[in-house]
Write a protein that binds this ligand. Structure first.
Ligand code: FES
Length: 73
């Protein structure tokens, strides 16, 4: 789905940019131009960044919980 209509940026592109290090609105704007024109996409883009952070934190927590089990297995 398009998040930033002005720059034709999709949620997938934002997720990919996050994985490549664009973990703030400033970095997202630099990389993709998100919220660089009218700014209407900023709240949605911000929500996506929060979602990406939560997904990463969840994955790290799972990996940390499994790491000791993997070491003893
Ligand atoms: S919709 Fe993103 S800057 Fe306008």
């Amino acid at each position: 789905m398009y998040v930033c209509v002005c720059n034709a940026v999709t949620d997938c592109q934002i997720r990919q940019a996050y994985c490549e290090g664009a973990c703030s609105m400033r970095l997202l704007r630099q990389k993709l131009g998100v919220a660089g024109c009218c700014g209407r996409c900023a709240p949605c883009a911000r929500d996506l960044l929060v979602e990406c952070r939560q997904e990463r934190d969840r994955a790290e927590a799972i990996a940390a919980a499994e790491a000791p089990a993997a070491a003893t297995a």
